[in-house]
Design a protein around this ligand. Structure first.
Ligand SMILES: Nc1ncnc2c1ncn2[C@@H]1O[C@H](COP(=O)(O)OP(=O)(O)O)[C@@H](O)[C@H]1O
Ligand SMILES: [Mg+2]
Length: 147
């Protein structure tokens, strides 16, 4: 499948607020139907980044990792679907969630632990954000938008 990278960037975050603020900034370029795929280990800052995105989208609900439900729906300026695949162990389980309904819906879909998805099942149009833990307070963050 043809993929073109249209936007890439990188940033070294020195503290939690910088990661949150990067989320606020990146949310400014999102629109209905966009999909964000977070890649990175536990404690990297995926949920914090998501909180920044949600702030900009005027979500009033409390934004946290969806623990039992796997998907949380928030209402902001546009609907936000927050998916966390941390507890998912197989492609079969992912099929059962019915992710497609969200991905092809009219809101913004944010997926934590997107590395658990089969890349071929991901939509072509997406923003991938990778976070790496450098040390206690430093995160290396890289993003690429595919269209
Ligand atoms: N630069 C940083 N960016 C993001 N989080 C940081 C940073 N430095 C320390 N932290 C801490 O790392 C944790 C990140 O948690 P969280 O966003 O829930 O991660 P994840 O969702 O990736 O598991 C928080 O406790 C936060 O305070
Ligand atoms: Mg999380």
């Amino acid at each position: 499948m043809f993929q073109s990278k249209i936007l890439t960037g990188r940033f070294v975050s020195k503290n939690p607020l910088q990661t949150f603020n990067l989320g606020v900034k990146i949310a400014g370029m999102l629109k209905r139907g966009d999909i964000i795929c977070f890649i990175g280990p536990l404690g990297a800052g995926k949920t914090l980044f998501t909180q920044g995105i949600c702030k900009r989208l005027k979500v009033k609900d409390f934004v946290n990792s969806p623990s039992f439900k796997i998907i949380n729906e928030y209402s902001g300026k546009i609907p936000v679907y927050h998916v966390d695949l941390y507890r998912i162990n197989s492609f079969k389980e992912i099929e059962n969630i019915g992710l497609d309904e969200y991905i092809y819906g009219d809101g913004i879909t944010i997926i934590e632990w997107a590395e658990k998805l089969d890349r071929r099942s991901l939509p072509r149009k997406r923003v991938e954000i990778e976070l790496k833990i450098r040390n206690k307070n430093e995160r290396y963050i890289k993003w690429q938008q595919y269209q």
